[in-house]
Ligand binder design. Structure first.
Ligand SMILES: *[C@@H]1O[C@H](CO)[C@@H](O)[C@H](O)[C@H]1NC(C)=O
Ligand SMILES: *[C@@H]1O[C@H](CO)[C@@H](O)[C@H](O)[C@H]1NC(C)=O
Ligand SMILES: *[C@@H]1O[C@H](CO)[C@@H](O)[C@H](O)[C@H]1NC(C)=O
Ligand SMILES: *[C@@H]1O[C@H](CO)[C@@H](O)[C@H](O)[C@H]1NC(C)=O
Ligand SMILES: *[C@@H]1O[C@H](CO)[C@@H](O)[C@H](O)[C@H]1NC(C)=O
Ligand SMILES: *[C@@H]1O[C@H](CO)[C@@H](O)[C@H](O)[C@H]1NC(C)=O
Length: 306
């Protein structure tokens, strides 16, 4: 690894308005007010007024990065914007391996990003995990039938990828072994980011699963949601009642080893991404005009172990 001073590191906020992850088997649906999590007291606001509801945050080293838009899988660098995979309409998150291979998620092959709530209302698994090989310019589908595929992370040793509640290990060129991962989180997992020590931070979304199931059970409700998309905020509290929670899970089986919770949105709400960098946790939120920064080595944080 190059010396830190050599790297021009900066924070970059993505403003992609796609956030929720949805699974049918999910049991604990609302962010619980466990007394074993740490508060977000001490949160520092970065870039106030410079970002508009950022959904994701990345650490960019030497200004070379990849971003996704509705138009497909795009690469954004100093040279400009290049379309890498043109024919995906709802790419959500991407991770680059050291050999240049890209692993990315498509949230829905049926609905567009603007209609994400219809995917939730229907409740069928239209998501995919894909792999792009830069040498052959070929894109292959590694897994289909995922419920609203959302965040993705690559393990420290690049021997598996993690998407919400699944750990997918490579076994040879085309064999993939799927295992459950971090299944009983106290919220709906959104973005997942690797920590240098091999664990992961996962941002959790608050969602009333009873209401979601009721919508899925009744197709008239889909039409209602179609006519009044604003109703989505009843299922997915985005305002001050939204709260914020991020958990750190180990890289083995996804057990929770750290937990920050702001249930009443005192410091920040609707956090969709948490990235650890140089002793700080950087939080992106769909409800804010800033990036949250939580110093992890502050005198007080006592990361809870559950
Ligand atoms: C809070 O933590 C204590 C000690 O671990 C435990 O006994 C208690 O049940 C917890 N309360 C709630 C509401 O989770
Ligand atoms: C994109 O289009 C190419 C050529 O039509 C096709 O081979 C490929 O499967 C498509 N990829 C996806 C992800 O739909
Ligand atoms: C890669 O493949 C896509 C079709 O999937 C095509 O549009 C694009 O031009 C190709 N790029 C290169 C560099 O061949
Ligand atoms: C979820 O919504 C249902 C019906 O609207 C409500 O009765 C229930 O209290 C909500 N659950 C929580 C934990 O707020
Ligand atoms: C949805 O339907 C299932 C099976 O038809 C039923 O068990 C469940 O109670 C329903 N849930 C809601 C919230 O309507
Ligand atoms: C959140 O608000 C509820 C209701 O007002 C209160 O009981 C609870 O103590 C608050 N929790 C925190 C962590 O501020």
């Amino acid at each position: 690894m190059a010396p830190k001073s050599f790297l021009t590191a900066c924070l970059l906020a993505f403003t992609l308005q796609i956030f929720f992850s949805h699974t049918v088997s999910f049991s604990v649906s609302l962010l619980s007010n466990s007394n074993e999590s740490s508060s977000m007291e001490g949160l520092i606001k970065l870039e106030v007024g410079c970002v508009n509801h950022p959904e994701d945050v990345s650490i960019v080293v030497r200004v070379r990065f990849i971003q996704l838009l509705e138009m497909g899988l795009l690469k954004v660098s100093e040279e400009g914007v290049k379309v890498i995979v043109p024919n995906v309409s709802f790419a959500n998150d991407v991770i680059e391996a050291s050999d240049g291979t890209l692993y990315f998620t498509v949230s829905s092959t049926k609905y567009t990003p603007a209609d994400f709530y219809k995917d939730m209302a229907e409740g069928n698994p239209y998501g995919q995990l894909l792999k792009y090989d830069p040498k052959s310019n070929q894109t292959t589908v590694l897994q289909e039938g995922i419920y609203f595929a959302n965040g993705i992370a690559l393990s420290k040793d690049e021997d598996f990828v993690v998407i919400p509640m699944q750990k997918i290990l490579a076994e040879g060129q085309s064999q993939w072994n799927i295992n459950p991962f971090a299944e009983n989180l106290p919220g709906e997992p959104d973005n997942i980011n690797l920590v240098p020590d091999g664990s992961f931070w996962i941002a959790l979304i608050k969602m009333n699963q009873t209401d979601v199931t009721a919508i899925q059970n009744c197709s008239e409700n889909w039409e209602l949601l179609d006519a009044y998309p604003g109703l989505i905020s009843l299922l997915l509290p985005m305002g001050s009642d939204g709260g914020a929670r991020v958990v750190k899970v180990d890289g083995i089986d996804g057990k929770i080893i750290g937990d920050f919770n702001d249930p009443n949105a005192t410091y920040i709400s609707f956090v969709t991404s948490a990235v650890e960098f140089e002793g700080n946790l950087h939080l992106a939120s769909l409800q804010s005009y800033f990036i949250g920064k939580l110093p992890l080595d502050a005198p007080n944080p006592e990361l809870a172990t559950i």
